[in-house]
Design a binder for this molecule. Structure first.
Ligand SMILES: Nc1ncnc2c1ncn2[C@@H]1O[C@H](COP(=O)(O)OP(=O)(O)O)[C@@H](O)[C@H]1O
Ligand SMILES: [Mg+2]
Length: 360
């Protein structure tokens, strides 16, 4: 699949309206050759609309789609050399697996021997060589998924688009397929855009993640940056488990801010876009908190303890009733923890400081 490798994909100022409704608002993405990126966001945020715009099934209201710096916006879908696998696979039910995989090549009038060779190659890539003569209904969901992928790759697309490709699979199979896709993508080097509403999937599989909310691009960054340095409250709460601890910003410098939380003041190494005296939400992941039986930090009441494999997850309630999740190693955990305890925030591991929305 050497011709599939190394194509850059750019979305430049893409806006899309359905009547009055804005499904995508001034989206800019520069996807590097060979990258696997995810479009991540809740249902209805515009993910599928963007994929359709890239593939050419939907013409954007404004903006441009470019491959290797060349605009493809004027091209119909079949001339873009972009492969798309839809959520429901959409295999042709009356055709065999081999016929399905060869369909695009047959439609393009390729000679029979070339089609047969490509079908064989693609079935080998997705480990379905033995199934060429079967009908789709004789396959499991995961196998149908592989055939859909092989059919898409057979036309040797420059870009691969996958719309929620794992959502119909059960949990174990999903993990297998995620690993397989990642392998295949690495091997072939094909630039890939994956749509998902599953934050764990996006975090584990992507080189970079574009987080979308209501047609707006909130952040485009590596999984680690998205997790450790979410740029908005939306990204912070959508990705990972976030504890949002209310406080008041007391003082700040160019490098840090002092936040009063109850009787305690925490110095946070983030100035944040918040004014002095303003109510804030301090975001701390469960693994950036420590519970102890000895005084110091914030007094809490322990509401629940859940042993999960090697970890303990505590639900602790702050003095004002705010619930906070804390993860600790079972081995390193304080055995004396009972009803009341003390919570320390590891200030250097705080993931965000956000203005408190006036509603909450
Ligand atoms: N053909 C259409 N006509 C009108 N509204 C649409 C159409 N397609 C999608 N939408 C709306 O655009 C928004 C984004 O849809 P979509 O891109 O399918 O979201 P996602 O894939 O993130 O779930 C939704 O609110 C949806 O109702
Ligand atoms: Mg969708």
């Amino acid at each position: 699949m050497t011709d599939a490798t190394g194509h850059a994909l750019t979305l430049a100022h893409i806006t899309h309206r359905f009547g009055e409704f804005v499904a995508a608002r001034d989206i800019n993405l520069e996807i590097r050759p060979g990258e696997l990126i995810s479009l991540l966001g809740p249902s209805g945020c515009g993910k599928t609309t963007l994929l359709k715009i890239i593939a050419g099934f939907q013409r954007q209201s404004e903006g441009d789609v470019l491959v290797d710096g060349q605009s493809i916006s004027h091209l119909p879908p079949n001339r873009r050399r972009i492969g798309i696998v839809f959520q429901n696979y959409a295999l042709f039910p009356h055709m065999t697996v081999a016929e399905n995989v060869g369909y695009g090549l047959a439609a393009a009038g390729k000679p029979k021997n070339e089609i047969a060779a490509t079908v064989e190659e693609m079935l080998a890539v997705v480990q379905m060589t033995a199934f060429g003569g079967r009908l789709p209904r004789e396959l499991s969901g995961g196998q149908q998924q592989r055939v859909a992928l092989a059919r898409c790759l057979a036309i040797r697309p420059r870009i691969l688009l996958l719309d929620e490709p794992f959502s119909a699979l059960d949990k174990n199979l999903r993990l297998d397929m995620q690993i397989e896709i990642k392998h295949l993508q690495r091997q072939s080097g094909i630039t890939t855009v994956l749509v998902t509403h599953d934050q764990e999937e996006a975090l584990s599989i992507s080189d970079r993640i574009a987080v979308l909310s209501r047609g707006h691009l909130e952040q485009f960054d590596t999984p680690t940056e998205i997790y450790d340095r979410p740029r908005s409250l939306f990204v912070n709460t959508f990705v990972g488990t976030a504890n949002l601890i209310p406080g008041v910003l007391e003082t700040k410098t160019a490098h840090d801010a002092s936040i009063r939380i109850g009787e305690t003041v925490v110095v946070v190494p983030l100035p944040g876009p918040v004014a002095i005296g303003a109510p804030v939400l301090v975001s701390v992941r469960p693994e950036a908190l420590r519970l102890s039986s000895s005084p110091g930090g914030l007094p809490v009441r322990i509401a629940a303890v859940l042993p999960i494999g090697p970890s303990l997850i505590y639900e602790a309630l702050l003095a004002d009733g705010t619930p906070v999740k804390v993860v600790q190693d079972r081995a390193g955990s304080d055995a004396a923890l009972s009803d009341t305890a003390f919570l320390t925030i590891m200030a250097h591991r705080i993931s965000g400081l956000f203005a408190k929305p006036s509603q909450s």
